[in-house]
Design a protein around this ligand. Sequence first.
Ligand code: ASP
Length: 893
Amino acid sequence: MSLKWLITYVVCWCFLLSKKSVAGVKTYTIGAIFHEDSDDIETAFECAVKHFNTFNTAISFRTRILHVPNDNSFTVYHEFCQMLEDEEDGLVAIFGPPSTPSVDIIDSIASKIELPNVQIHSSSYLWPNQSFNLYSINVHPGLEQLQIGIGKIVESLQWKVYAILYEDIESIIRLQQVLRLTHVGKEHVVLRKIDPTTFRPVLKELKKLGYAHIIIDYDYRYLIEILENAKALDMDAHTVDLSHLDILANITTMTITDMNDKFTYRFVKECDIGRTISINNSVDIPNTYVKFRPGLMWDAANIFMNSFFELHLTENHLVTKATCDGKETTGHGFRLANYMKIRLIPNTITGEIQFQNDQRSTLVLHVIEMMHGHATKTAVWSSANPEMVSFVRSEKEQKNLIDLYIKNTTFIVTSKTGRPYLMYKETEDPDEVLEGNDAFEGFTFDIIDHISKMLNFSYKFMITANNKHGSYDKEKKTWDGLMGDILNRRAHLGICDLTITEERRSAVDFSLPFMTLGISILYSKPKPQERDIFAFMDPLDPVVWLYIIAAYISITLSMYFLTRLAPGDWENPNPNDPDPEELENIWDLKNSSWLILGSTMSQGSDILPKGLSSRMGISMWWFFILIISSSYTANLSAFLTTSRLGPNIEGAESLASQTKIKYGTLNGGSTQSFFKQSNYSIYQRMWAQMSQAKPSVFVNDYAEGIKRVKTAKNQLYAFIMESSSIEYETERDCELKQVGGRLDSKGYGIAMPVNAPYRTAINSCILKMQEDGTLRGLKEKWWKEMHGGGACKEETDSSSSDMKLALDNIGGVFVVLFSGVGIACLLALAEFFWNVYSVSVEEHKSYKQILITEVQFFLKVWKTKKRTYEVSRSRSNLSNVAEVYSTLTKKED
Ligand code: ASP
């Protein structure tokens, strides 16, 4: 190559280079309008421009920023016109303003001067059908896509009951699709407009109503305040650092920025919006970094600058100064705006961008779940496949995440005290005060302790207000007790003898049952009879006894008079004398009463009346006594037996068919609901009796019911409770018994919020504990061993012992016997001393002499013959002489 040619080549190259460098440094001005409070959006804008300038040597951009108040369109107009005036080389585009109300002013000026207006606002929601400006490009997702996306994600959460808190009309428009979900209008969804003054009362109201799921569409900067009591579902909620919130709610948020994407990573790294923390790789971007509007602004700026550059490669832009009056226009606007609208723009952080009918038609929503300050992407919805939400976590990832959650959580366990499920520990030292979990013991406490060891979490027991299981108040629409604690997120788990019922299941989730049981009847055993040795008299009423005595006396007198009247009872005193001068009647009062008494005692008598009327009379007495004594005998055994066994209840049917014995249940428990809701006639009858009983038959806790059973007079109260608790009580209190079988079959479960992430893990633990016998062992421990279990084992054959008659019942018979014999002895003594006295008078001997003789003879028990005294002997001789003499004289006559 000749030198001439070489010089020419170098000069040309230098010219070209110089031309390129002159063109390459061509700097264009982008105008931007921001409100005073839109710092992060401005930062994202500046950062995008800086980033472009760093990597692009052909052209560069400089920014001209206008800060305007967001409530004064007039100022915005003037300041923007001033900006146009000041820019001698003209603007290539105007960005913003980021939100209403000045959007329209800028939009119309831009249209007039053909200046591209790049927007990120959502004000088009309010006027969806307005005609769009040819020069404006809005990268904010289109309303329809957003509505469908939000709707689908909420649907995929499968919430049946939830509340929606919204900020303004825009929020409501965004949530259109959610409102169209099937349950709306069926009392399942409530809508509340909120502002900072109403956060508290509205959330309080929702808490009271038991709304567990809350969708919040509100400015993310207020979320901390709102989320104190709620779950969130909001576009920027994932950017709020929620780790310090002391709430038990799961927080689900939506974002259009993909936190695992490398472009997002670049944005976060370069723009450094938020706090400075080192980010090592793209998959570990802290959720605090990527916000919705700054992300949109980053994308908008990049789309514009790249489109401008791409067009610049084919031809130079002829950017001219434009003025507000429209006399001068930019010249490049239409082509540039159009070029941007027809492209599919990849490599953005808010997802691919494409426009259709002047609106952004592509949208990807990422569902982020927050647990313990960790944000994890769980699902994605894309406008490319609008019918489905794809879950992005594998089962293993999901499990690991839940395990992490469980491990890092201190589970608040709500419970109620009640033997043997949960009790306050008794200490030997009365001054010792136990605190926290140390204060408790019991069956359910042990279950949670076992589960916590299996799943490796810590827990804290709390006692629910009012110590109630949990019932629904239809008027206030609230749950109390354990159920209220779970619904109001005061606790993660609720455990006690909490029965799984359909009504409760509609509000909370239950674990698998850890115990099965049924409703049964607790009743008292017959009380040991009061000491009544004269119980043998009970078969006959005291009045009847009095009548019998009166009858005895009157019949004795009647016999006395009857026999005197009846000729047959006047007998010949000397049977050898066929013609007696006088007749004798043996039926004096003594003999009459002896006869009546003998026949009363079924002993009869050796003398009997012979007169017709007297025989008739005595026959009637015998008949009377026959009836009385057989009634007495029959009644005696029945009476003594039944009075020992107490009232006879065999089960629910026998309770239902009587009204004497009252019966009741725990107030507000599942047992009460069982009767209230039953369709079975016997239980309906029982419910009618229970609900109408006065005083009330319902009790506030088991202890009260048990006490009532034990203290009710004549066993007139039965308590209907669950078989497991009956079993516990009858193991320890031998005065109590279960009557009849189980009326139903159900189980106790651990309550937890609906869709709680730890439910499956808890269920596996319960299954394991069932299979390895832990639950059985715990039942054995708390039912049979601890706190006096097994006390009533020896009582098993109580029924036959109940049947025996004890001395207490028939001791009176012995009393009658021995007191009668005692009286007989006294009479004998009286007779003895009277006889001694009579003999001493007749024999003209001293009383003492006769007494000694008689006592000596009494003590000689082997002697069976007794000598008579002299006087009586001679008297008897004399009487014999007189008898012979009178016989002789009669014969001589
Ligand atoms: N275990 C029952 C409940 O959960 C209490 C009862 O009604 O007996 O309500």
